[in-house]
Design a protein around this ligand. Structure first.
Ligand code: CUA
Length: 334
């Protein structure tokens, strides 16, 4: 029985991995919080399955028994005693036991999920925006967007906020959902068993592009996390080509830098937009819709509203030459 359950679980885990090893399913847990939630899910699924089968069998027995020639009154008189037992056992005691089990295992999991990590855990500030995630490391002076890089094997405390409406931060393979609210900070402790990439998405309807608010959590081994932090701390690269340098000038002249910060070139502004200091090293832009370089990047800058209607990035009329220059500049931001 247990071996059978293990096989079913491993099949679920297999089916839940997609896209070159990016894990996105709650049934393929890769961290302790997600594992506790998965355990709870299987207990509830098992109890639900048991109840469904039990009710089906009893219904079938009742239908079969009632297909004889006795009148309903005769049948009632025949079975009054056993009916009482059925009502008491299957209608009161059984459900009460199941509800108590569900209550105990759920509260136990909720309690474990609400525990805070050690005081020296790495803190990552994550702020939801329509429709992207701002990610910063207050103790490490690093910020990025739509990617949360963490060291594997240790607890990380995510401090969640929202700059506008309610979002929900959900990395199914690592932890449960947690709301990102405008006027308070919610915390969520996550850890990843192994280095890897884990898909995340916004799990609270937050406007027209709610479905395009994806992000990833990338767990590193200790050395590679240090290397990532060092690379993020390095100032933005200077473009090494003439066209890239022209792009940098356009970036400022056309107002890109009044929303997007790039270390050493622009400080961003009141309108929050992703920091682009190391844009080209990211997996994706536009909430996971497009790659951060090449034709995708060009498509995005040329007409962001065609890709993601409702996005706050304004249309900037650019000639093909200007587009080439801007793309060359942004691709140099590794
Ligand atoms: Cu943010 Cu849905």
């Amino acid at each position: 029985m247990l071996a059978g359950c293990a096989v079913i679980r491993s099949q679920f885990a297999l089916a839940a991995t997609w896209n070159g090893g990016v894990v996105r399913s709650a049934l393929n847990p890769q961290g302790s919080a997600a594992r506790r939630i998965e355990d709870l899910w299987w207990i509830l699924f098992g109890l639900g399955t048991f109840v469904a089968i039990f009710v089906g069998v009893v219904l079938w027995m009742a239908v079969r028994r009632n297909s004889g020639t006795q009148s309903p009154i005769e049948r009632r008189d025949d079975h009054t005693g056993s009916s009482r037992h059925w009502i008491l056992g299957a209608g009161v005691i059984g459900p009460a036991i199941i509800i108590v089990i569900v209550f105990v295992v759920t509260v136990r999991t909720m309690y474990a999920e609400s525990q805070r990590p050690d005081a020296d855990a790495l803190i990552v500030d994550v702020t939801g925006h329509q429709w992207w995630w701002e990610v910063s490391y207050p103790d490490l002076a690093v910020s990025t967007a739509n990617e949360v890089h963490i060291p594997a094997g240790v607890d990380v405390e995510i401090h969640l906020r929202s700059a506008d409406v309610i979002h929900s931060f959900w990395v199914p393979a690592l932890a449960g959902k947690r709301d990102a609210l405008p006027e308070r900070t919610n915390t969520l402790t996550i850890d990843a068993d192994h280095p890897g990439t884990y898909a995340g998405r916004c799990a609270e309807f937050c406007g027209i592009q709610h479905a395009n608010m994806d992000f990833v959590v990338v767990a590193h081994d200790a050395a590679s996390f240090e290397a990532w932090i060092d690379a993020r701390r390095a100032p933005a690269a200077n473009p090494d080509s003439e066209i890239g340098a022209a792009g940098a000038e356009l970036f400022v002249a056309r107002g890109c830098g009044s929303c997007h910060a790039v270390d050493g070139l622009a400080t961003g502004g009141d309108e929050p937009a992703p920091d682009l200091t190391h844009l080209a090293s990211r997996r994706a832009i536009a909430g996971g819709l497009l790659a951060s370089t090449g034709p995708d990047l060009r498509t995005w800058i040329a007409d962001p509203h065609a890709v993601k209607p409702g996005v706050l990035m304004p249309d900037v009329a650019l000639t093909d030459t200007e587009l080439d220059a801007l793309v060359a500049y942004l691709e140099s931001l590794r």
